[in-house]
Design a protein around this ligand. Structure first.
Ligand code: DX5
Ligand code: ZN
Length: 220
């Protein structure tokens, strides 16, 4: 029995029936709501912004895990918290003063996360890993749901687990992109703690059962 968390990505939900989709997640075994905010600058797509996140927060009965795919995220940290974020993850590639940004997130009372694009080595976290609550390893290029999982991610999970073992054993490793029942067990075996799943959950004929399947995946 593995103690991992499941975070369905609302990006893949039916936006015209958002309340129904949120209630589905509320009544499931999911642990968090994964909220993808994109600005059309850091990534080549625009998802939704804080008014929509506020509407989600009104109905969500589980923590909001907010993934900011935006440039200069410092400008929006307060708004993000005010709209219900419990975890705020910024991109390593979008932060010139990452240490300051992480301190600002914690100052707001949120858990602080950093996301790495597929091309960014986990080695860049060597001098900041002790200040992190979570690292989100992108297993697709951010911007879109429904993409193919990048296999190299397994090696990054192992390397990050090794990096964290001495300085931050409680670090949560989150995997985002192309997660399904086909790779969940292997991701957990490699050292993942949080699995984000968008299309695999929301496009399923029975999303609640699909979440249950990810939650109860056998890692042995
Ligand atoms: C991609 C987002 C992901 C996305 C995952 O930029 O950060 O959270 O919603 O969707 P799937 O699980 O469909 O790859
Ligand atoms: Zn995401």
């Amino acid at each position: 029995y593995s103690k991992h968390l499941i975070a369905p990505s609302v990006l893949a939900a039916d936006f015209a029936n958002l309340q129904k989709e949120i209630e589905m997640v509320n009544s499931s075994e999911a642990d968090w709501f994964h909220i993808d905010i994109m600005d059309g600058v850091f990534v080549p797509n625009i998802s939704f912004g804080f008014p929509v996140m506020q509407a989600i927060n009104k109905h969500a009965k589980k923590p909001l895990d907010v993934h900011l795919m935006i440039v200069d995220p410092d400008r929006y940290l307060q708004t993000c918290r005010d709209n219900g974020a419990e975890v705020i993850t910024v991109h390593y590639e979008a932060c010139t003063h990452l240490h300051r940004t992480l301190a600002a997130i914690k100052e707001l009372g949120c858990k602080a996360g950093v996301a790495l694009n597929p091309h960014t080595s986990v080695d860049v976290l060597k001098d900041i890993v002790q200040d992190l609550d979570l690292v989100c390893l992108m297993s697709v290029n951010p911007g879109f749901g429904g993409q193919k999982f990048i296999e190299h991610t397994y090696r990054k999970i192992s390397a990050l687990r090794e990096l964290a073992v001495a300085s931050n054993p409680g670090l949560l490793i989150e995997i985002d992109g192309g997660v399904s029942s086909a790779n969940a067990a292997n991701l957990l075996r490699a050292g993942a703690d949080v699995l984000v799943a968008g299309n695999f959950v929301f496009s399923a004929s029975d999303p609640i059962e699909t979440i249950k399947g990810l939650k109860e995946v056998n890692v042995n």
